[in-house]
Ligand binder design. Structure first.
Ligand code: PDD
Length: 299
């Protein structure tokens, strides 16, 4: 019998089977060529989906975005969608992880190092890995909320493409962590929050509207962001897609982050400034529930 899709389940031990170009290998033995363009040039895109009860959540939306990221860098999907879904299920099954994160990466493949991609490109590299999620830690973040630190957004002009070029993101997150925060909120030169280092950023403003930055090349079109917007729109929750400054965020009634790894996770401090009552906000909790229902997850 399939396990239920619900939050808070105890994860299985970390998975040890990776998929690389048609082969299922023990994690420690899986690898790519040293001249893989993903490794040498960051010529590569990726996706992360949450897996609950053995089922990838928001699967079509993640595959749609994967296809879009590839198209934006002039590549096609490495295999048909039905076949890819089959590989995803096989990786989940072989890892015996019902609750975890499934990682998919496509690189332009291995070729002599040259910035210009080869005309008749090499075979793309397709990698899938799986690991268990620490559901206890996620539960604690949901119950207590998280701290956020603001960091300058030092990324490039195409943040809408989900590339593996994550150096500015990881440096921001590392700096935020050193300040005791869980996530970094990236702030552009005009003082507006773009998004988190690996999440989308949300506030509930002074009017009580849910606010998240409008889509553009400055942010990743988060799948969870999209499903949340659909869910709250159907529930009649007022929202607006617009820019907000870090100053407005610090004065917000509520704040939260969204991503495949945790849906709507409450933010209780930004740069040590308490948000609202300093506890997870009621609207954030409601939105988490609305998202979960929409995604077919038991809260
Ligand atoms: N990060 N913004 C950025 C910069 C991200 O890296 C992510 C996802 C998101 C949220 O997107 P989604 O709702 O589709 O997960 C927003 C993944 C989880 C990661 O890099 O691990």
């Amino acid at each position: 019998m399939p396990e239920p899709k619900k939050w808070g389940a105890v994860p299985a031990p970390a998975g040890r089977i990776a998929y690389v170009n048609g082969r299922y290998l023990p994690h420690g033995q899986a690898g790519v060529h040293i001249e893989d363009r993903g490794l040498q040039l960051g010529d590569s895109i990726y996706e992360v989906t949450n897996v609950l009860g053995g089922v990838p959540i928001d699967e079509e939306a993640h595959l749609d975005r994967m296809e879009r990221s590839l198209a934006e860098i002039g590549m096609a999907m490495p295999m048909g969608r039905a076949a890819l879904k089959q590989v995803m299920r096989e990786v989940i099954a072989r890892n015996k992880i019902a609750y975890g994160l499934l990682y998919l990466q496509v690189t332009r493949g291995a070729s002599k190092r040259d910035h210009v991609p080869p005309k008749n490109g090499p075979r793309p590299t397709l990698i899938l890995t799986m690991r268990a999620q620490d559901m206890e830690a996620l539960k604690a973040r949901m119950e207590k909320g998280i701290a956020v630190a603001s960091e300058p957004d030092q990324r490039w002009g195409r943040c809408d493409i989900k590339t593996v070029q994550l150096l500015p993101n990881l440096l921001a997150k590392q700096s935020a962590k050193a300040k005791g925060a869980f996530e970094a909120w990236l702030v552009d030169d005009d003082g507006f929050v773009t998004e988190g280092a690996s999440t989308n950023a949300w506030i509930v403003d002074a009017k009580g509207d849910v606010v998240t930055r409008n889509l553009s090349k400055a942010i990743l079109p988060g799948v969870t962001r999209r499903i949340i917007l659909e869910a709250i729109s159907e529930a009649g929750v007022k929202f607006v897609e617009r820019k907000f400054t870090i100053a407005e965020a610090k004065a917000a009634r509520e704040a939260f982050i969204s991503s495949a790894t945790g849906a709507a996770v409450p933010v209780v401090t930004i740069d040590n400034v308490t948000i609202g009552e300093g506890i997870p906000g009621p609207l954030t909790r409601r939105i988490h529930g609305l998202y979960a229902r929409k995604a077919g997850i038991k809260s």
